[in-house]
Design a protein around this ligand. Structure first.
Ligand SMILES: Cc1cc2nc3c(=O)[nH]c(=O)nc-3n(C[C@H](O)[C@H](O)[C@H](O)COP(=O)(O)OP(=O)(O)OC[C@H]3O[C@@H](n4cnc5c(N)ncnc54)[C@H](O)[C@@H]3O)c2cc1C
Length: 478
């Protein structure tokens, strides 16, 4: 390779959600930007993440709604789940989303090929080009965590990429893991007809959540006959009589579960392989994540890292936010700190859905923050009763002194939409009494938030003068 290096102000490596956001922001403030990607173009979210998974879940949710419709007096006979149709619909939508994104990517000076650093200021793109810049933004995403269970590679399994490509549902599946991918797609497989077992190391699904949320979701899974085995330590896998067998330790005893397929859902790891980061002076943590400071700068101050490759939350909106912050810091010397207090809000598209913003109770207790909290069950809520969607609850936490909302969580219908109200409130540092002044339409699911807010306010001894609704609501049973 003897080509003269091509100079750009900023080179962004990876054209997924984080890289695309970084490139767009850098371009919008007047920088000459190059975008590098090894392909396929489109990014994880569109090709093998959020969009294909939520398209599949829309079908299994519709199937479940039809099953539950009898409770509303609607009988549906001869229901079918047409997996080839569902898979084709997903392919078509993904193709359309990707086409749109790729059109946007082509607006940039695009270099196709695998990137690797030659020095702190030079990057090779395959054998085709060498790029030179004072500033690089690395956004190379993540890869499926390589199988760590002895025997699993020989037995064979599907990971989250392969599950999304299934054209037929296996008769039975063992899901390894209890994170959001395991829960969302495990429930999808179960509802589509697979006898499903989740093997989870901790005491409930979604380990990071508060126990009340994780335990409730685990129970809902069990109610719909998903076998959730908690406190399971994986030992190995083998093939026996045409089935795939997973062995695990449970209560000190070795147990096993057999199924037609194994779904490996133990997470993803940052993708830094082949980038030759040491030649650029970029340091990684033990797990492979690129170490960044608050400004998203790596150990080399001219190089930033954003998105899954930093292992910070691994969510699309966080990836986009990081891309924008890093680009502003790189191009405008903005000195902006990435602030995850509200940005790290997240949701899980199980049924019932889960969503949360701000601190969990676990976190508040760990940090010894003085707080009050209120909870209200959907089973007690009028609109949820009308809809026949009564699983789950909402809760809100507020600072004991100021009444400022510190966090909130929903397990329940439309949780991914409902959480936005509290995200907005927290974005403007609202207190629970200010929150109570927000009018809520009736009857809506959203008005359920008034109850935990009122419960918090009551504990703080606050009420809004002259507001009868509040007088009334503080006496709501908690
Ligand atoms: C099944 C599943 C469901 C998900 N659902 C959700 C959800 O509902 N909500 C949510 O917020 N998040 C979800 N996520 C996570 C979300 O998809 C990721 O957090 C997000 O897409 C990461 O974006 P990124 O830009 O960091 O990485 P990516 O989108 O992976 O982009 C990385 C880019 O870098 C390129 N690249 C890699 N190496 C090189 C190299 N050496 N040279 C050049 N280019 C390179 C790749 O080709 C790719 O285009 C889901 C993930 C999965 C797997």
């Amino acid at each position: 390779m003897h080509r003269a290096p091509r100079r750009h102000d900023v080179v962004v490596v990876g054209a997924g959600s984080a890289g695309y956001a970084a490139a767009r922001t850098a371009r919008d403030v007047g920088c000459d930007v190059a975008l590098v990607d090894k392909g396929p173009l489109g990014g994880l979210c569109i090709l093998r993440g959020c969009m294909p998974s939520k398209t599949l879940l829309a079908s299994s949710d519709a199937l479940q709604d039809a099953r539950e419709a009898r409770a509303l007096g609607i009988g549906i006979e001869n229901m079918t789940a047409d997996m080839p149709f569902i898979a084709a619909r997903k392919r078509e939508l993904v193709r359309e989303f990707a086409e749109y994104r790729i059109e946007g990517i082509h607006d940039f000076r695009l270099y196709l090929g695998a990137a690797r650093f030659l020095s702190p200021t030079q990057l090779a793109v395959g054998d085709a080009a060498v790029l030179e810049a004072e500033t690089f933004i690395i956004a190379t995403g993540s890869v499926v965590h390589a199988g760590i269970v002895p025997g699993l590679a020989d037995v064979g399994y599907v990971d989250s990429d392969a599950v999304l490509e299934l054209e037929a549902i296996p008769k039975s599946v063992v899901v390894l893991g209890g994170g959001y991918t395991a829960c969302e797609l495990g429930q999808f497989l179960a509802r589509m007809g697979a006898r499903t077992t989740l093997l989870i190391r901790s005491g409930h699904c979604l380990t990071e959540t508060d126990d009340d949320v994780g335990k409730a979701l685990t129970e809902y899974f069990r109610e719909e006959r998903i076998d959730v085995i908690t406190h399971a330590t994986l030992v190995g896998a083998e093939r026996r009589k045409g089935e795939k067998v997973v062995r695990y330790l449970h209560g000190g005893e070795e147990c096993e579960v057999a199924a037609e397929e194994i779904f490996y859902a133990l997470g993803r790891v940052p993708n830094t392989q082949g980038l030759d980061l040491e030649k650029a002076g970029v340091v990684c943590e033990a797990g492979g994540a690129i170490t960044v400071d608050g400004h998203l700068r790596t150990s080399n101050p001219g190089i930033y890292a954003v998105g899954d490759v930093t292992a910070e939350y691994m969510l699309v909106h966080v990836a986009i936010y990081q891309g924008e912050v890093a680009a502003r810091n790189a191009c405008l010397d903005a000195g902006e700190d990435a602030d995850y207090r509200i940005v790290a809000a997240h949701t899980v598209f199980t049924d019932p859905q889960y969503a949360a913003v701000g601190a969990t109770e676990k976190e508040l207790r760990r940090k010894r923050v003085a707080y009050v909290s209120g909870r209200y069950d959907f089973a007690e809520h009028g609109k949820a009763q009308c809809l026949g969607k009564t699983k789950g609850f909402v809760k809100m936490m507020a600072a004991r002194e100021s009444g400022q909302i510190l966090g909130a969580a929903v397990l329940g219908p439309q949780a991914s939409e409902l959480i936005h109200e509290v995200i907005v409130a927290m974005r403007f540092d609202a207190t629970v009494d200010q929150f109570m002044r927000i009018p809520h339409l009736h009857p809506t699911l959203a008005e359920i938030w008034t109850y935990p807010a009122e419960a918090c306010a009551a504990q703080l001894g606050r009420k809004i003068p002259g507001d009868e609704q509040v007088e009334m609501a503080t006496s709501v049973p908690l």
